[in-house]
Design a protein around this ligand. Structure first.
Ligand code: EPZ
Length: 417
């Protein structure tokens, strides 16, 4: 299922408008059930993860359909509060629906989302946040049953600035009586987009993008229209592809500050980057040098999601780049596949040392996860000869028409879904 065939060596040139953000739209689709309203989401990316979220909404009794690039949700008819295992299994981040279902119906049942390719993916911080608000949570086998007899606003201090736990707490707190203050909240731009959507719902919320988010109930709006922010990880992915191949592309309708850490790394390596108000132009016409040590941490530090992509740009850069992956315990599964292309990478625990080689050679490789798969595509674009990537559906989870985006920039590739 889903195979990429890439003939490397072409430089990339042209304009890119990044898709809507996967990691912004998923929590917003969950938020659309809180007040029972009609929602129109513009710039909603066509991804398998978005499809999985629509399946969950329909299972809950909502209407969810895609028309002309927008997704329309009508949650007024919601009549269920459970997400069965087969739907949870489709997308582990479905746990984000827990807080929203609880806020709407004061009861929710999901199966444990379980781990994924990146690691165990526990949800203890999610559950602790909901318990702080007064939810009663029973874990029976692989099922989690939550209910409350009235959530009460409180202070929630997250032990770690978890993106998902921050979002779940924000969503559940909408239904709490009194003010909730979330401290040590995650600060990702996608959380700011969620806050903007929640304000349109009539939620009294502030502080997203900082470590302290305050929520104090909501009024009910019957219809909401929202444009999803553009995907900063996809923007950084396109930039890393150009760093690999050489050439020059312009990203349009972006917020440069959202992926500044990636741009700073590419600039250090020798790429020329021009930042506009809502555009970024990257030109790479010289051999790159290795980057300074890359250490992944919560936003605004270097994002874990861009680690595999920047690694692809380092594979033929002169010198050694040291990566330290602090967020997920198993996010180097793309390394053995990159080594099949001739890369020189040594992994010791959370540290990967990448020493640039002269050229990569095409080979048969397998995508191991979403961003690792995209990184193999990036590496293959610069390899000599043909690379075949057995993708197994990973890349389509987060990249809309990624093959068309790259082909439009001059890449020589074909993709079979
Ligand atoms: C979100 O995942 C993103 N997914 C991830 O993007 C991203 O890598 C991650 O945030 C970090 O930025 C979506 O937004 C849908 P976390 P999330 O909770 O919320 C530990 C991609 O490629 N943790 O911030 O699951 C966890 O194990 C995906 O687009 C707990 O220990 O990330 C991990 O080590 C991959 N207990 C760390 O925190 C918890 O209850 C970061 O997780 C929750 C998390």
């Amino acid at each position: 299922m889903s195979v990429w065939t890439i003939n490397g060596g072409n430089k990339l040139f042209g304009d890119v408008k990044a898709q809507g953000s996967k990691n912004a739209v998923l929590p917003i689709m969950a938020a659309a059930i809180i007040t029972g309203c009609e929602t129109e989401l513009i710039n909603c990316p066509e991804l398998s993860d978005v499809g999985a979220a629509m399946d969950i909404l329909r299972h809950l009794g909502c209407k969810a359909e895609r028309r002309d690039g927008a997704v329309y949700i009508d949650s007024r008819g919601m009549n269920r509060t459970d997400i069965p295992h087969e739907l949870m299994r489709e997308m582990r981040s479905s746990v984000i629906f827990l807080g929203a279902i609880l806020a709407r119906a004061h009861r929710a049942s999901i199966s444990y989302p379980g781990g994924c390719e990146l690691g165990a993916r526990p949800i203890d911080l999610h559950l602790a946040a909901l318990k702080s608000l007064g939810a009663d949570i029973q874990e029976q086998g692989c099922n989690i049953n939550c209910f409350d007899s009235g959530l009460i606003g409180t202070r929630i201090n997250l032990k770690f600035p978890s993106v998902g736990a921050t979002e779940n707490a924000m969503l559940a707190a909408c239904a709490a009586k009194g003010e909730t203050v979330i401290t040590n909240a995650a600060r990702e731009p996608e959380i700011v987009d969620l806050q903007e959507f929640m304000r349109k719902l009539g939620v009294n919320i502030s502080g997203a993008g900082t470590s302290v988010v305050t929520i104090d109930g909501f009024g009910t709006r019957r219809s909401v229209k929202h444009k999803i922010m553009n995907d900063r990880i996809v923007s950084a992915t396109a930039m890393c592809c150009v760093a690999v191949t050489g050439g020059s592309i312009t990203l349009n309708e972006v917020v440069p500050a959202d992926f500044e850490t990636a741009m700073a790394a590419l600039e250090y390596m020798g790429c020329d980057i021009e930042r506009g108000e809502c555009t970024v132009k990257i030109t790479c016409n010289t051999a790159l040098r290795a980057c300074y040590p890359i250490v992944t941490r919560p936003y605004p530090d270097f994002p874990t999601d861009i680690q595999p992509l920047l690694m692809a740009a380092c594979l033929t850069a002169a010198g050694t780049t040291e990566f330290t992956e602090n967020i997920f315990e198993n996010r180097y599964r793309h390394v053995p596949e990159m080594c099949k292309l001739g890369a020189d990478i040594v992994v010791e625990d959370r540290v990967a040392r990448v020493t640039g080689v002269k050229r990569l050679q095409g080979a048969e490789v397998s995508a191991t996860d979403l961003r690792g798969g995209a990184a193999l595509v990036a590496a293959a674009l610069g390899a000599d000869g043909r690379t075949v990537i057995d993708d197994n559906g990973h890349i389509a989870r987060g990249y809309e028409d990624f093959d068309r985006l790259l082909a439009n920039l001059g890449a020589d590739l074909s993709y079979r879904a």
